[in-house]
Design a protein around this ligand. Structure first.
Ligand SMILES: CC(C)(COP(=O)(O)OP(=O)(O)OC[C@H]1O[C@@H](n2cnc3c(N)ncnc32)[C@H](O)[C@@H]1OP(=O)(O)O)[C@@H](O)C(=O)NCCC(=O)NCCS
Length: 357
C-alpha cells in the first residue's frame, strides 16, 4: 500500500521507510573515449582552467565520436547493466530512455535501442524531463512494476549534449559532456523467469517523488527545431539550435528545488539526515551539490561529487555517478542513497534507495 497526499506524483510506503517492491538488479555506464579538457576550451573561448574548476568543479568532459549517436551510448551502457543483472535483452518487457538529445525527433531513440539490443519483446518509449529524466524514467518504471504491468524494465539516461552545445558561448560550453547510464528495474516476481544474482548492484526503492514548474521553462531551452520555431536558415544563423540557459537563475532554482525535495522525502519517510549515507545529486556544478547537502542537513562529505571528469551529462549523470561509486568501492550493503535531480522544465525529482544485503 502507498499513499500520496502531495501535489506531485509520489511513491511512499504507508509504513514509512518500508521498501516499495521495486528493485534495481544491475546498473552500469558508458563514457565515450574522447576527452575535452578545460585547457582545450580555453583555446577557443575567453576562459581558463582555474575559472571553470573554481566555479563548477569540472576539469574535463567526454565527447562522443562523430559516428556515435545517443543510441550507441545507450546500448554501450545497457549491455553491461543487463549482464550484471543476468537478464537477456529478450527477457525485457519495457525500455525507457531519458534523453534531451535523441538520435532524431522521430522515431523515439528507445526504439532504436530496442532494435540494437535485440529486445524484441519489449515496449519502448522515451521520457523527456531534461536533466531529471533518469529519475523520471525510474519513477515511471517503478509505477509500471507496482501496477503489475511490467517485471523487467531497462531504464537508460543517455545524452550527446556536445551536439547541442554552443562552443562560442563561454557561459555554457564549459558545462556539458556526453555519456550514458543504465539500470535494470524488476519486480519481486521477475526472478521466476530468470536468475537474478544477489550482488552489490542490488538496490531497493524506499521513496520516489517528481515535481515540475513549467512557468520557469524559459530558463533552460533549445529555442528552435520544434513546432514553435521550426528549423530554417534564420534559426541556424541565430544559433537557436543550441542549448541556452540563464546560469545564475538555474543555479538558485537547482539548490532550492533539490533541497526542498530532499526535505519532503525525509519528512514522508520518517528518516533523518543522519540516516542518509550518501546524497547523489545531479552533477551540474560542485557548488550546487555542496549547497544542497548543507541545506538538507547532510554533511557535504556524504555528497557524491563526480563531475570533475564528466561534466554535466544531463539525464546520464545520476547513473554514471552511481556506477562510478560502485567501482570505487563507496557503496556497502544497508546504506541509504538519496538521489536528487533537477533540470529543464523546470523538473526535479527525489528518490531514496537502500543498497541490498
Ligand atoms: C554557468 C555557471 C557556472 C556560471 O557561474 P556563475 O558563478 O553563476 O557566473 P556568472 O554567470 O555570474 O558570471 C560571472 C562572471 O564570469 C564571467 N564568465 C562566465 N562564464 C565564464 C567562463 N567560462 N570563463 C570565464 N569567465 C566567465 C561572466 O561573463 C561574468 O563576468 P562579468 O561579471 O564581467 O559579467 C553557473 O551559474 C552554473 O553552474 N549554473 C547552473 C547551470 C547548469 O548546471 N545548468 C544545467 C541545468 S541543470
Amino acid at each position: 500500500m502507498t499513499t500520496n497526499t502531495r501535489r506531485n506524483t509520489c511513491l511512499v510506503a504507508t509504513t514509512p521507510g518500508a521498501p516499495l517492491g521495486v528493485n534495481v538488479v544491475g546498473y552500469s555506464y558508458y563514457l565515450p573515449d574522447e576527452v575535452i579538457t578545460n585547457a582545450d576550451l580555453a583555446r577557443t573561448v575567453d576562459t581558463s582552467d582555474e575559472w571553470i574548476l573554481a566555479r563548477t568543479g569540472i576539469r574535463s568532459r567526454h565527447r562522443a565520436a562523430k559516428e556515435q549517436a545517443t543510441s550507441d551510448l545507450a546500448i554501450a551502457a545497457a549491455r553491461p547493466a543487463l549482464e550484471r543483472a543476468n537478464i537477456t535483452p529478450a527477457q525485457l518487457d519495457t525500455i525507457l530512455i531519458a534523453t534531451a538529445t535523441p538520435d532524431s525527433p522521430v522515431p523515439a531513440v528507445s526504439c532504436v535501442v530496442q532494435a540494437g539490443l535485440g529486445a524484441a519483446g519489449a515496449a519502448a518509449m522515451d521520457v523527456g524531463a531534461g536533466c531529471s529524466g533518469f529519475l523520471f524514467a525510474l519513477h515511471t518504471a517503478a509505477c509500471f512494476v507496482r501496477a503489475g504491468a511490467a517485471h523487467r524494465v531497462l531504464v537508460i539516461g543517455a545524452e550527446t549534449l556536445t551536439r547541442v552545445t554552443d562552443y562560442g558561448d563561454r557561459r555554457s560550453c564549459i558545462l556539458f559532456g556526453d555519456g550514458a547510464g543504465a539500470a535494470v528495474v524488476t519486480s519481486p516476481e521477475a526472478g521466476a523467469e530468470c536468475t537474478i544474482p544477489r550482488s552489490s548492484d542490488g538496490l531497493e526503492l524506499i521513496y520516489s517523488a517528481l515535481g515540475t514548474d513549467g512557468l520557469m521553462a524559459d530558463l533552460i531551452k533549445i529555442p528552435a527545431g520544434g513546432s514553435r520555431n521550426p528549423a530554417s536558415e534564420a534559426t541556424i544563423r541565430d544559433r537557436q539550435h543550441y542549448l541556452r540557459l540563464d546560469g545564475q537563475a538555474v543555479f538558485r532554482q537547482a539548490v532550492r528545488r533539490m533541497a526542498e525535495a530532499a526535505g519532503e522525502a525525509l519528512e514522508a519517510t520518517g528518516l533523518t539526515p543522519s540516516d542518509i549515507d550518501w546524497i547523489l545529486p545531479h552533477q551540474a556544478n560542485a557548488r550546487i551539490v555542496v549547497a544542497v547537502a548543507e541545506q538538507t542537513g547532510i554533511p557535504p562529505e556524504r555528497a557524491m561529487l563526480d563531475m570533475a571528469e564528466t561534466g554535466n551529462t544531463s539525464a546520464a549523470s545520476i547513473p554514471i555517478t552511481l556506477g562510478r561509486a560502485r567501482e570505487s568501492g563507496q557503496l556497502a550493503a544497508g546504506q541509504l542513497i538519496l538521489m536528487l535531480a533537477f533540470g529543464a522544465g523546470l523538473t526535479w525529482a527525489c528518490q531514496i534507495w537502500r543498497v541490498r544485503e
